[in-house]
Design a protein around this ligand. Structure first.
Ligand SMILES: [Zn+2]
Length: 104
């Protein structure tokens, strides 16, 4: 039997941000150009900026899906080709990065 388990790995956040789809309620957004309303189940390349998607995150993982990966499973079933990253991790790191850039 297989389960989803979170693995911590050192990642280049700039590279992730360039190729990341963030899933909202129904559709997804391209982080690179902020295009909205992307069908994450089918879209491999952003229709607006042509970036290729390699990573996917969801605004609704964690407490809202019972914390045991129901949302991750739903998305990974549709997109096994993408690496699922934790939205809270992404937000926290990029938030810190923006704060650092701001005080430069
Ligand atoms: Zn885009």
């Amino acid at each position: 039997m297989s389960f989803y388990i979170r693995i911590w790995q050192a990642c280049d956040i700039t590279n992730i941000a360039k190729h990341l789809l963030i899933v909202g309620d129904v559709t997804a957004d391209c982080v690179n150009c902020r295009e909205l309303g992307i069908d994450y189940a089918k879209t491999k390349i952003c229709p607006k900026c042509s970036t290729e998607f390699h990573f996917i995150a969801s605004r609704h993982t964690g407490a809202m899906d019972g914390g045991r990966g129901a949302t991750v499973k739903r998305i990974k079933d549709r997109r096994p080709d993408l690496t699922f990253i934790d939205y809270e991790d992404y937000k926290q790191i990029t938030g810190k990065q923006q704060a650092r850039d701001f005080f430069k």
